[in-house]
Design a protein around this ligand. Structure first.
Ligand SMILES: Cc1cc2nc3c(=O)[nH]c(=O)nc-3n(C[C@H](O)[C@H](O)[C@H](O)COP(=O)(O)OP(=O)(O)OC[C@H]3O[C@@H](n4cnc5c(N)ncnc54)[C@H](O)[C@@H]3O)c2cc1C
Length: 539
């Protein structure tokens, strides 16, 4: 993209108006920058604007999954349930936008389609699908880890006579599924949330499962006002703890005892306790012992505990066995959190279809055909997730110094320094980029830490009269090596997960998030600043 005729100028362009984009705008205003936020959607909230599918809600308890940007906000806001539903999270995002008058700096219904670094001027030229061109000093991607939808490339989809939807593009006005025969493809976090709710609405639901996933019950309930009041009284303390833990939650770190060091009875007591008390946080099951993420034998004790739960809940033992995950250690794919998922398979109007054994062959005008059977459907729902982490960044067609495209640079997988910047792309910052903990921890904590770090770095530049900021190649190499080294120490790479890009055909298999824990990561970022931005160069 060359420098065009009509241009607007801002200090910073931020891509995305989810929690990251809103927070970034809020923080950049604090230091007096002019900012334009570009957002594809027609409203704020990002994930919680787009994901309107039945059953959409968080799997992190509401009191943790919120922003710390303003002490009055966290005191004024009340969450109706222990695990917030999409509508409440969208309401929260809108409240933030209104409360802090953010909308005036957000350009909605606009997609950033190109960004080119102009070395002569040390500026980014940004192009949108509306034909706008914006010149800016700082380009900040708050485009999300899970915002590029993945619609499977099934032969014959265009011939389908019914309607089809991706869960992340569910119509705002909803879909009336009464009396309909519906097929849902995908049984990850989204499918597992949607299935119980869809089953109550439809005439018949076919659940097409390729990979069984582990899920734990959320035990979601109405928020107890006393609990909420007490939490708010100690909000500061909770935030302080969350900033230090590996999970980004205000939650004790896992004990140091191995699952293999205790008796079977003791082990099962710990798991049972986590299962029953999951309303605190369902992920407790993975944190009962020190080695569930690192030792296969220890992991298997936890996995088998969940499989036995499935066998107890699901009456048809053939269906139960199909629902029991056996091809990956527990926790190496994002563990799912549900409201009655396994129980749903006891309903007469729900059928589980194993498409690992008999793969989906094609979509036909009347439904979907596997290699074994044809299913007549009125509606097809794709709960097939996202081109995670790199998808939204690569879609922006970013070109850095010397004409280097981000796509070429990341041809073999993403490389970054701290998930914040990448060599060759000065003044391009990423919020929760690959190489940072992001999707492996509470995202609101991760987002705020990145946003504040970037705000401080930019303030440092503005005060010092600095023009560009970029990582050193050696620092980037060391960080990439470290990210891999830590992942190798765990069982994570044993699963074909979206963390590894395995859900997208042709995507390089690289473990993208940093698994070393949010607290350690934050300490590393702080240390870099204390050492005068060690590993970064400024001009
Ligand atoms: C169904 C679902 C449930 C989740 N549950 C949890 C949970 O329980 N706990 C947790 O920690 N995390 C959860 N997440 C992760 C969630 O994405 C983050 O918690 C958080 O909302 C991310 O905020 P964000 O602003 O970084 O990105 P997003 O919310 O994804 O916002 C990014 C925005 O950027 C816009 N955008 C992207 N590219 C462009 C472009 N080129 N031009 C213009 N606009 C663009 C998108 O339209 C989007 O609105 C969940 C994700 C999903 C999908």
């Amino acid at each position: 993209m060359s420098a065009p005729g009509v241009v607007s100028h801002f200090d910073a362009v931020v891509v995305g108006a989810g929690f990251a984009g809103l927070t970034m705008l809020f923080r950049l205003r604090e230091i007096g920058l002019s900012v334009r936020v570009i957002e594809r959607g027609s409203g704020v909230g990002g994930t919680w604007f787009w994901n309107r599918y039945p059953g959409a809600r968080v799997d992190v308890p509401s009191m943790h999954y919120s922003l710390a940007i303003d002490p009055n906000l966290e005191q004024d806001w009340n969450w109706p349930e222990t695990f917030s539903a999409q509508a409440d999270l969208e309401r929260y995002a809108n409240h933030i936008a209104d409360r802090f008058h953010l909308r005036s700096d957000i350009q909605f219904d606009t997609t950033l389609i190109a960004a080119t670094y102009d070395e002569d001027r040390n500026r980014w030229w940004v192009g949108t699908d509306g034909g706008d061109t914006i010149e800016c000093k700082y380009l900040i991607s708050a485009a999300g880890c899970l915002s590029a939808t993945n619609v499977p490339d099934f032969a014959g989809l265009e011939s389908f006579g019914g309607s089809w939807y991706h869960t992340s593009r569910w119509p705002r006005e909803g879909v009336d599924l009464t009396g309909k025969v519906v097929g849902i493809v995908g049984t990850g976090s989204t499918g597992i949330q949607a299935v119980p709710v869809l089953a109550e609405q439809v005439k018949h639901l076919y659940v097409f499962q390729r990979t069984a996933n582990f899920s734990v019950p959320s035990k979601n309930k109405k928020m107890d006002p006393d609990f909420q009041r007490d939490w708010k009284t100690h909000y500061d303390d909770h935030r302080k703890v969350a900033r230090l833990t590996s999970s980004g939650l205000s939650w004790p770190e896992p004990p140091t005892v191995s699952a293999l060091e205790v008796s079977v009875e003791e082990r099962n007591r710990v798991y049972e306790d986590a299962w029953i008390n999951s309303s605190y946080t369902p992920l407790g099951l993975l944190r009962g012992f020190s080695d569930i993420a690192t030792n296969l034998e220890a992991n298997e004790t936890c996995a088998e505990f969940v499989r036995n739960k499935i066998r107890q809940i699901v009456k048809d033992q053939q269906v139960a066995e199909l629902l029991c995950p056996k091809d990956h250690p527990i926790g190496t794919k994002r563990i799912c959190v549900d409201d009655g998922y396994y129980e749903t398979f006891n309903r007469p109007n729900v059928t589980l279809v194993d498409v690992r054994g008999d793969p989906i062959a094609e979509v036909v005008p009347t439904g979907l055909r596997t290699t074994a059977t044809q299913y007549d459907l009125d509606v097809l729902v794709f709960a097939t997730g996202f081109d995670a982490m790199t998808g939204p960044l690569l879609a922006m067609n970013i070109v850095g110094r010397d004409g280097l495209t981000l796509r070429d640079k990341w041809n073999a997988g993403p490389v970054t320094y701290l998930g914040l910047q990448t060599v060759g792309f000065p003044n391009l910052f990423m919020i929760t980029g690959p190489g940072s903990p992001s999707v492996l921890a509470n995202m609101t904590t991760c987002i705020e830490q990145h946003v504040e770090w970037v705000r401080d770095a930019i303030e440092h530049m503005e005060h010092g009269g600095l023009v560009t900021m970029e990582p050193d190649a050696e620092a980037e190499d060391r960080w990439v090596h470290h990210v891999n080294e830590v992942a190798d120490f765990t069982l994570f790479k044993q699963a074909d997960s979206w963390y590894l890009g395995a859900n997208i055909p042709g995507k390089p298999r690289v473990f993208m998030p940093y698994v070393g824990g949010f607290g350690n990561y934050r300490a590393k970022c702080d240390q870099v600043v204390e050492e005068n931005y060690a590993g970064f160069s400024f001009t």
